[in-house]
Design a protein around this ligand. Structure first.
Ligand code: CU
Length: 465
């Protein structure tokens, strides 16, 4: 027990031949002459004009049209329909982190905040083109869009960027933005298929060993209402089921790989686990767990820990797509004077197909937490993503009592706690004031889309009187 910790009572309110050559030459000369005539005529008839508010130029026949695209976390905003012809994309990164833009074989370099690039995409024939940011994870997080090229298209159609004149953004009026926001908020908490991080019961073997069996599979996962993505799961859950055992327990871990790729099982942050259990292919085990194989390991858990198990080989691909779960050993000591009614996992993720999520779900499909006034709950923040997330709870305090499972000698109060990839923080959340209190990552692009829709790493603490 930690004795010097503050008690709730004492403290105040918390991404090839000559003839043939001659013939070709003649054809080329005639073609160039005819094209030149056509250009002269087109030039006379079709002056260049700029469509107000879009930065889009409607060209003379020979002159490429310039189409503007804006990059942000995590969106690509620009016209959704343009006319065929030679085209240059003016790509501007308004985001906080580096982004790029790819259309067909044309791709910009990585652009930092405020940088722009004129990308010549050549002569666009009628058709549908995918536009993406190629930085790992960014397309999955939303940086993808479709451009339809067709005769007679007006580039001033839906989706064009316009930061002026409408009181809204992304070509929307403020009323559209408000409506998008309202629709997302009023549907909270929205029901979706599948719940992650469910408590896992072990098989008790004859010698008392607690056996945990994991099946690694690709599944369809509903991240937000109607949005179903391909994810990787332990036992059909994202995050995987929550393991909780006692200090001194003998455990057996069995991992069956039903993927068409290698995987492994690493107990990140489990303290003093034997090296055979460390789950790194060609280093602590002969090979990764190959498709169709089953790997197992048995060991004693010697110390209280707040750990996460996850794929380690092909981790870049698998973990951001859901292959992670909590592994808790024993109890984090609770300071005196606290009424702690539950122990919760809040797993943070931000990459892959899953995107910005809390426990595998994006708002409004996140689960709210409900407490009575004066109660407290223990929450283990676990970051299995690729980015930091400053987690902010409105108006109710959080007492940080452990870092990466190590109990703090001097717990401290926060309202915002930055959780880096791989970190775990254990906090006691005190329900001080009645009402529905927003609880979210404070990087706005992780919770709000450019069109006003709330999504991602947002939930609520509901304090009942
Ligand atoms: Cu965040």
């Amino acid at each position: 027990m930690t004795t010097r910790s503050p008690s709730p009572d004492r403290a105040p309110g918390g991404k090839t031949f000559d003839r043939l050559l001659l013939l070709i030459g003649l054809v080329a000369v005639v073609t160039a002459f005819l094209a030149g005539m056509a250009a002269v005529r087109a030039g006379d008839d079709t002056p260049s004009t700029t469509v107000p508010g879009t930065g889009t130029t409607v060209p003379q026949a020979d002159e490429p049209q310039t189409i503007k695209y804006t990059l942000n976390e995590f969106s690509i905003v620009g016209p959704t329909e343009i006319a065929p012809g030679p085209t240059i994309l003016e790509v501007v990164n308004e985001g906080a982190v580096a982004h790029n833009l790819k259309l067909g074989n044309a791709q910009t370099p990585d652009l930092n905040n405020g940088e722009s690039y004129m990308l010549d995409v050549g002569n666009l024939e009628p058709g549908t083109y995918e536009i993406t940011c190629e930085i790992p994870g960014h397309a999955g997080a939303g940086m993808t869009t479709t451009l339809v090229v067709k005769e007679g298209a007006n580039p001033d159609s839906e989706g064009s960027t316009d930061h002026s004149g409408h009181g809204g953004i992304a070509g929307l009026t403020w009323q559209d933005v408000e409506e998008n926001m309202r629709k997302s908020v009023v549907s909270f908490p929205a029901e979706t298929q599948g719940t992650g991080a469910q408590p896992m019961e072990p098989n008790i073997l004859p010698d008392g060993t607690k056996e945990f069996r994991f099946v690694v599979e690709e599944i369809d996962w509903e991240v937000e209402p109607g949005k179903i993505v391909k994810g990787y799961a332990y036992n059909g859950q994202i995050p995987g089921p929550t393991v909780k055992v006692d200090v001194g327990d003998r455990v057996k871990i069995v991992v069956e790989n039903r993927l068409d790729m290698i995987t492994s099982w690493h107990p990140h942050g489990l303290r003093r686990h034997p090296i055979e259990a460390d789950g790194v292919g060609f280093i602590t085990q002969k090979t990764p767990i190959r498709p169709g194989e089953t790997w197992e390991v048995e060991f004693i858990v010697p110390e209280q820990s707040v750990a996460m198990y996850h794929g380690h080989d092909m981790g870049l691909h698998q973990v951001p797509n859901g292959l992670a779960g909590a592994f808790i050993v024993g109890d984090v000591p609770i300071p005196d004077g606290w009424d702690v009614v539950s122990e919760e996992i809040m797993m943070l993720n931000d990459g892959g197909n899953i995107g910005f999520t809390l426990n595998g779900k994006s708002f409004p499909a996140t689960t709210p937490y409900v407490l009575k006034q004066g109660q407290a709950m223990m929450v283990h923040y676990m970051n299995e993503g690729l980015m930091n997330h400053p987690m902010h709870l409105h108006n109710n305090r959080q007492l940080v009592i452990a870092k990466d499972g190590f109990p703090l000698e001097s717990p401290y109060y926060v309202d915002t706690l930055d959780v880096a990839p791989g970190e775990r923080y254990t906090v006691l959340v005190l329900a001080e004031l009645p009402g529905t209190w927003v609880w979210h990552c404070h990087i706005f692009s992780h919770v709000e889309k450019p069109d006003g829709t709330m999504f991602g790493m947002l939930t609520a603490l509901i304090v009942e009187e």
